[in-house]
Design a binder for this molecule. Sequence first.
Ligand code: PEP
Ligand code: MN
Length: 356
Amino acid sequence: MKTHSLEQLRNKLNIINHNLLELLSDRARIVQEIGDVKEKQGTPKFDPVREKEMLAKLVAANKGPFDDKTIQYLFKQIFQASLNLQESEHKKHLLVSRKKQKEDTIVHIGDVAVGGPKPLMIAGPCSVESYEQVRLVAKALKEAGIPVMRGGAFKPRTSPYDFQGLGFEGLKILKEAADEFGLKTISEIVDPRHIELASEYIDVIQIGARNMQNFELLKAAGEAQIPILLKRGLAATIDEFLHAAEYIVSRGNTQVMLIERGIRTYEKATRNTLDISAVPILKQESHLPVLVDVTHSTGRKDILAPCAKAALAAGADGIMVEVHPDPATALSDAAQQLNIDEFNLFYASVKESGLL
Ligand code: PEP
Ligand code: MN
């Protein structure tokens, strides 16, 4: 065999490296095309049977000097890198992502715009308990200039022995009280079959934290034509939260608002841990409006105002807070709801910051 100088050998390696790079890039482009075809077909990206076949063919063709194990290892790395490429392509295409849509989505609750320049305050009782109870809150909200009222009628409670809500009767009460004062309403729906009928009584459907990954409910919400307020799950990552929103948007309903409501951590000083960092991250990653529920995230009346200000300073498009005319007698979340005077003080304090 003719001997080469070190320099000649190195030059040869450089050329081979270059060729390998070109071949790997060509291979990657074909993998991307395969990813697009699979995307359209809805078939999974990872195909272990096909991967095993390719490895077996490569081992059979291997003439050395690398042993079979090394060849398998090297090609597995290439396969994994290709799969990562398909996954990141897919992520880039999430409909809820900023990469897909640069401009902020504005959600319209009647004539109330959420996600625009003016942040929104949403308030109301944890549960709808009676007409008189809701009417007192509606009147206070009207006087304060707050256009959207919340109130739960289907309550997902930890214990089956706790108050479960008034159901459709509660939605009717909410609507009656809201109509009297010209307010819009938000209420949680837990059963996909209830969405259509509920839309006749309320203006926004809330999907609660416990149902953030109830995929049938998300699909039904995606097929409805009513704004959706999607709460972050009790232990959901931001990525899971965005994928839950994607379920709704991918079915055609683009009127989706995200709401951070605290996540489970080891901390006991608050009911949940308010993840303020989720606000700027969600605003960066997604074009959907982002709100913060200060009541369920903290479970503490004494820190609602600073938490609401922090949320707005971090870029939140709105705040949600629970208000009850007589919290001590409330049928759910009695400890954390503000009475009407406390609410007025809270609202004044947040407004005073200039953030609302
Ligand atoms: C609610 O807002 O009424 C509620 C039950 O909140 P979460 O789903 O965030 O616990
Ligand atoms: Mn509550």
